[in-house]
Design a binder for this molecule. Structure first.
Ligand code: FE2
Length: 205
């Protein structure tokens, strides 16, 4: 027999070159920002700091946004998208031990993603879930050892220096930070963002 896989869900990931240098630059900036801004309540829970979502407009984060734009361009080619991606918003997450991010999706966006700045051991993986309502309603009993593409939930261990991007409609969350390290050492730091698609024919005003 033959088989086709239809309606695939792409998850893209890549390591940033010289990420040690980039993270050494980013961490003090984020830490200083968290000390003077009380942050926002979003999907973050259990103790941590979520920055305001205008981080993409702050010039000092250009070394990171350059990397994100380059990857977004590769995705446009791979996924067959016209026009260009624009960075709609971006924010930093500091998850202290006990913190996690509830399962959610990102509205009004095309591609969402994360970059990892600091990842203590056992500080929680990103997980993505099967976005299709049908298979979540009719859940067949299945054998062990299925290939990854057929799993219902897939976890991506956080890796310092890695960018992950996925469709904004893909349900995802972050597991609890179970680091045993104290204070700053146990804090998991990441940067999340949303890309929108520019419509060059759109009427403005
Ligand atoms: Fe998210």
């Amino acid at each position: 027999m033959n088989r086709e896989i239809l309606f695939p869900t792409p998850v893209y990931f890549k390591m940033v070159k010289d990420h040690q240098k980039l993270n050494k630059y980013l961490f003090p900036l984020i830490k200083a920002w968290s000390k003077k801004d009380k942050g926002e309540e979003k999907t973050n829970a259990g103790g941590g700091w979520h920055s305001p979502t205008d981080m993409n407009f702050k010039k000092e984060y250009k070394p990171l946004t350059d990397e994100l734009f380059a990857m977004q361009e590769e995705i446009y080619k791979d996924y067959g998208m016209e026009s260009k991606g624009a960075l709609g918003n971006m924010w930093a997450n500091m998850n202290n031990p006990g913190a996690y991010n509830k399962q959610h999706m990102h509205a009004n966006s095309q591609w969402s993603g994360v970059y990892y700045v600091k990842v203590p051991k056992n500080s929680g993986s990103l997980f993505v879930e099967d976005p299709r309502p049908g298979p979540n309603l009719i859940m067949p009993r299945r054998v062990e050892g299925l290939p990854r593409a057929l799993w219902r939930v897939v976890a991506y261990p956080a890796i310092e220096g890695q960018i992950i991007m996925f469709p904004a409609w893909l349900p995802h969350g972050v597991q609890q930070n179970e680091s045993k390290e104290k204070g700053e050492k146990g804090c998991r730091v990441s940067i999340s963002f949303n890309f929108i698609q520019i419509n060059e024919d759109a009427q403005v005003g």
